[in-house]
Design a protein around this ligand. Structure first.
Ligand code: NAP
Length: 289
């Protein structure tokens, strides 16, 4: 298979390492996962070139997750709702788009034994990763989803429509910290799951957390999408309070494996996902995206 990643600046990408580890574990040779840095004005032409060259599929990263969408024959429901495609499958009759950040987050929760159906959840941040997480939580039947922003009153109209569509509510960090208020009063006072979708705590600014220990205390489980460092200050606080925790490396690997499932049209056993994630965790000194 000819595979790869398109984006603008890919020098720190760990994606080739992840896919090559899967090929190694499966004993497969002859697959290639190529990094391709494209200028903004060449997306359509280059996609057609890969299609003609017989590529099986590609991943898409910043800033092209939305820009590729007009050129696709079909976009999956979750990718359309999230407004971003990170995986493309080249088929006989055209290009198909998917969002495996969504699937990767779901697999992360599964790996923790977390079922959010009927539960209250809080998501920190309003960027692209947050949208995939919020959509997954809504589809998985979360009872309430509160989304914290530094400027909840100035959130853009598109994002507000997205929140309205999935029935999530916007809150401020002050409301989250005081444990009340927001439109419903209840979601922030006690909840099942806290997900950090902000870059706060990421290398090199590792000594900070997006919320206080007091906020962490209200949750049963904490997921941080950051994978460098392996344990952020937020996850350290959660571990010390004996919460269930997971960092972003599992999600990064799980979204890559979900892309492989689409390209191969077959399931990858969870044990393999865990093995790749373990290897990637061991190589934690590698540079990151
Ligand atoms: P993004 O588009 O830059 O969004 C981050 C959001 O975080 C912003 O919308 C902003 O929300 C909030 N934010 C930014 N700086 C902040 C600060 N200093 N303090 C508090 N909040 C801040 O980023 P993204 O692409 O969504 O990614 C978010 C994080 O997830 C990154 O750390 C990224 O590396 C990680 N990620 C991991 C995976 C994985 O597979 N593990 C996948 C995707 C992303 P407000 O302005 O509304 O507060």
């Amino acid at each position: 298979m000819e595979l790869g990643l398109i984006g603008k600046t890919l020098i720190h990408s760990r994606s080739p390492e992840i896919h090559e580890e899967l090929f190694r574990l499966l004993g497969e040779e002859g697959h290639h996962y190529t990094l391709m840095e494209w200028p903004e004005d060449a997306i359509e032409r280059n996609l057609e070139l890969l299609y003609r060259e017989g590529f099986t599929g590609i991943n898409v990263t910043i800033p092209y997750k939305r820009a590729v969408m007009p050129y696709l024959r079909r976009v999956s429901d979750e990718a359309r709702s999230i407004g971003a495609v990170n995986t493309i499958l080249f088929k006989g009759d055209g290009m198909y788009g998917y969002n495996t950040d969504y699937t990767g987050f779901g697999k992360t929760l599964e790996s923790m034994g977390e079922d959010v159906s009927g539960e209250r959840c809080v998501v920190l941040g309003t960027g692209g990763a947050a949208r995939a997480v919020i959509q997954y939580l809504a589809d998985a039947g979360a009872a309430e989803i509160a989304v914290a922003s530094r400027h909840p009153e100035h959130v853009d109209q598109k994002f507000q429509s997205f929140l309205d569509g999935v029935g999530a509510l916007m809150i401020s960090y002050a409301e989250l910290d005081s444990g009340g208020s927001g439109a419903g009063d209840r979601p922030v006072s006690a909840a099942r799951l806290l997900v950090n979708c902000t870059p706060v705590g990421m290398f090199p600014k590792v000594g900070i957390a997006p919320v206080s220990e007091r906020v962490v205390a209200r949750f049963a489980a904490v997921v941080d999408l950051i994978y460098n460092p392996e344990e952020t200050l937020l996850l350290k606080m959660a571990r010390e309070q004996r919460k269930k925790t997971r960092n972003g490396m599992y999600m990064l690997v799980a979204q890559a494996m979900a892309s492989e499932e689409i390209w191969r049209d077959e399931e990858i056993p969870e044990q393999l996902v865990r093995s790749v994630a373990a290897t990637m965790g061991e190589n934690k000194n590698a540079e990151t995206e």
